[in-house]
Design a protein around this ligand. Sequence first.
Ligand code: NA7
Length: 544
Amino acid sequence: MGTSRQQSSIVGTDMIDETEQYDAIVIGAGVTGLYQLYRLRELGLSVRVLEEGGGVGGTWYWNRYPGARFDSESYTYGYSFSEELLQEWDWKEHFSGQPENERYLNYVADKFDLRRDIQFNARVSSAVYDERKNCWQVQTEDGRRAEAQFLITAVGLLSAGYVPDFAGLDSFQGDWCHTGRWPKAGMDLAGKRVGVIGTGATGVQLITEIAKEVAHLTVFQRTANYCAPLRNGPIDPETQREIKASYPEIFKKCSETAGSFMHKFDPRSALEVSPEERLAQYERLWAEPGFKKWLANFHDVMVPGAANEDYAEFVRNKIRERVNDPVVAEKLVPKDHMFGSKRLPCESGYYEVYNRDNVLLVDVREAPIERITPTGVKTAAAEYELDVIIFATGYDAVTGSLNRMDIHGEGGQTLKDKFAKGPRTYMGIQSAGFPNLFTINAASVGNFVRAAEPLVEWVTECISYVRDHEFTRIAASPQAEEAWTKHVNEDGTNILRSQADSWFVGANIPGKARALLTSPDSAPVMRAKRAEVAANGYEGFLLE
Ligand code: NA7
């Protein structure tokens, strides 16, 4: 029933301009984009996926830095849509590493024959809405053009890497890179003097891994983080069988929690049990793998207040116990933000790194980085000679990857201008004045695959509805957008995630407006809201 791919030729004065025609264009061949392609193809649409990278995987294609791995349980991170896939794929570790994750996504692409509709090495430079034809005209950096009625940005939450604007970077004579653009051929770090800037989830994984390999490692830390032991391990055959037999229960558990992880909060308050019982629970959870110590804890540990501070002090003491030098230990102990207000990095020997003779921790809150020199990094207090600098400095989250594409909606307005004071969307999915554009990267939160699957399914059903009813366009109404933006800004202000200066609120990027970049609501609430909107004939959307 779908239209097949066609080409239209416009003969200009001295050139032939060929624009490929599709029903839908998906930007990004990561976790979301691959599934979106699969679903839209199932609907009978002609689809083109435009992917900047040379292969599938998105985050798991780009983030090849040593130590990159899940900190959600591997078996909660796989797709759930194919029972055959679930039974065929063996996760080898409880928290799987980048090479295996990339292999998995390649396996999915091959199994469902997705590659034939993906154009690799195709970075989208602009997307312009043609109001006359009700379609999106998309151009890639190498000048290729494609047109489609529907445009879906499956570009992830964290794909626009951020390198601070340090003076002198151009003069640096050694090698440098951002962790999100780790070279495929790897970085030669053995025997080198390496500097890492940034100690978020990425820095923590990377530092732990490379400290063993480099001659000397200098870690430039601005904010100490609360990090918790990952406790990874291989999955033995018996456990593998159990996992495969219990996927429905695993996914059901995930579907019932706020962040789509498999851990449920303890409904008790940390403060209503005795100090002994409280500590016993903290210790029991600390000994368990993954996010349990975060997401299966007393519920009020994740609410600003006394319980949160009580647990924060427990974690601070855990850090102190592991670092030999008490002065270094105090630098690693977070004191300026609440536990859980930033993403909790999980680690496998991170703190012990600072007991090594070849590792130096530099506090750049105390003495900020002034510039990069030809031979290293200069802070307000000293100069550090380096052969390699690695920027683990994070991402211009959610809106950053949209802003890097020049997206023009009705009347020529740009999405970048519209989002200048923070995102203005309806449920994260659409923005008024940008018909048929689904910004699904802005609507996910929590365990990424669990959140992405239902979103993709919602968008697919929405597109199916539009086509079946012979509408040409669907757009968020300005009123629905206004109400949603107000809800995000008001109800998102007091939640724990909004309290620290992190990417959750855009506060990691100088000059970026502070606003919660994702929904303040839990995943089940968001799914129910979207289902209700759809059941009411796409309430809050204008269909023409
Ligand atoms: P994050 O969590 O944003 O961490 C970035 C780190 O880089 C963090 O420690 C920052 O310090 C540091 N940073 C950023 N700019 C500077 C400057 N100018 N000077 C010194 N240090 C700086 O990014 P990640 O890649 O670690 O993690 C992103 C997500 O990926 C994570 O949440 C997971 O979901 C997976 P700051 O804390 O801002 O003081």
